[in-house]
Design a protein around this ligand. Structure first.
Ligand code: MG
Ligand code: MG
Ligand code: MG
Length: 305
């Protein structure tokens, strides 16, 4: 039985590309492995897969009694529900350390870089395994997506080096143009239900015993969201009523380099405590681009108090 390689819930391009790339690398190193996603892939990811000739990986919800490799997360809230009944072989990630533990040794490859695919690029190099052209293509797209074409504060030199090398392998001459194509696909929100938009790139966290969710929509122009904003606010309020202490939604304008924050919380002053800016939701936050770097640590610090 081959190992399941799977990224987080509400799969993004990195979760999907990392699963495909890690499964390829593991298989070539003698551990049969197959990529999966948890749930439906987003249009951006569908575009990237099609561009480089991949079918979307199958979706998986249960991993009990299976060998599993997790990519792009190590939080139980983002893993398959029965992850504790799986045999966890390893984790490849670029986030804060989550709360998954094991009773047996595992491999753990994590780097504080902009994308899990950057970690996997380094692993291919470390093991001297050649990266197939089409896999290089989707890894390249994942890094461009996760780093907001290098505009995110999560971007490192390792990501830039990986993009240069992967673009050459994939035969992509203008990676910035490819990045803009990806974000243009991501910006097409017309006709999509607000709830689907909220949960497309959404993560729940446990903070001081409370369930706190943060979603993010990254677009090339925040005006593209004007027509759906009212419905997004309603969707955030509805999600909060489903047993969450707080739900935040970041509407990130990658060109203006900031985010509008929609928040609904038990704590009416939470946004001001976290970001130090007075004002009511929705609130413009200049320079806030990254959930991982600009939001979660500050949010956790407030909940710890
Ligand atoms: Mg991800
Ligand atoms: Mg990632
Ligand atoms: Mg992201």
């Amino acid at each position: 039985m081959s190992a399941v390689v799977v990224g987080h819930k509400n799969p993004d391009t990195d979760s999907c590309a990392s699963a495909i790339a890690a499964a390829d690398l593991m298989s070539k190193r003698g551990l049969a492995a197959e990529p999966f996603v948890q749930g439906k892939i987003a249009p951006e990811t569908a575009f990237v897969l099609e561009r480089f000739g991949f079918m979307p990986p199958e979706s998986i919800t249960s991993v009990a009694r299976k060998k599993v490799i997790l990519v792009d997360h190590s939080d139980r809230a983002q893993a398959p529900a029965d992850i504790d009944e799986a045999e966890l072989l390893g984790i490849i990630d670029h986030h804060k350390l989550g709360d998954i533990t094991t009773s047996v040794p595992l491999f753990f490859h994590a780097l504080p870089v902009g994308c899990s695919c950057t970690v996997i690029k380094n692993l291919y190099d470390f093991y001297s395994v050649e990266i197939p052209r089409n896999i290089a293509g989707i890894m390249l797209c994942a890094i461009l997506s996760d780093t907001l074409i290098f505009k995110s504060p999560t971007t490192t030199d390792e990501d830039r080096k990986a993009v240069a090398a992967l673009a050459a392998l994939a035969g992509v001459r203008d990676y910035a143009a490819l990045g803009m194509e990806i974000f243009t696909v991501k910006s097409a929100v017309k006709g999509v239900p607000a709830r689907e938009l909220l949960f497309r790139d959404y993560k729940d966290f446990e903070m001081a015993g409370k369930k706190v969710g943060v979603g993010q929509l990254e677009v090339v122009d925040i005006k593209l969201l004007d027509s759906v904003k009212k419905d997004l606010i309603t969707a955030v309020e509805a999600a909060k009523l489903e047993g969450r202490h707080t739900v935040m939604l970041l509407l990130t304008d990658i060109m203006a380099e900031g985010s509008e924050l929609v928040v609904c919380s038990e704590d009416a002053d939470l946004a001001e405590k976290v970001f130090g800016l007075p004002g009511s939701s929705p609130l413009w936050l200049p320079g806030v681009m990254s959930r991982k770097k600009d939001v979660i640590p500050k949010l956790e610090a407030v909940f710890k108090k």
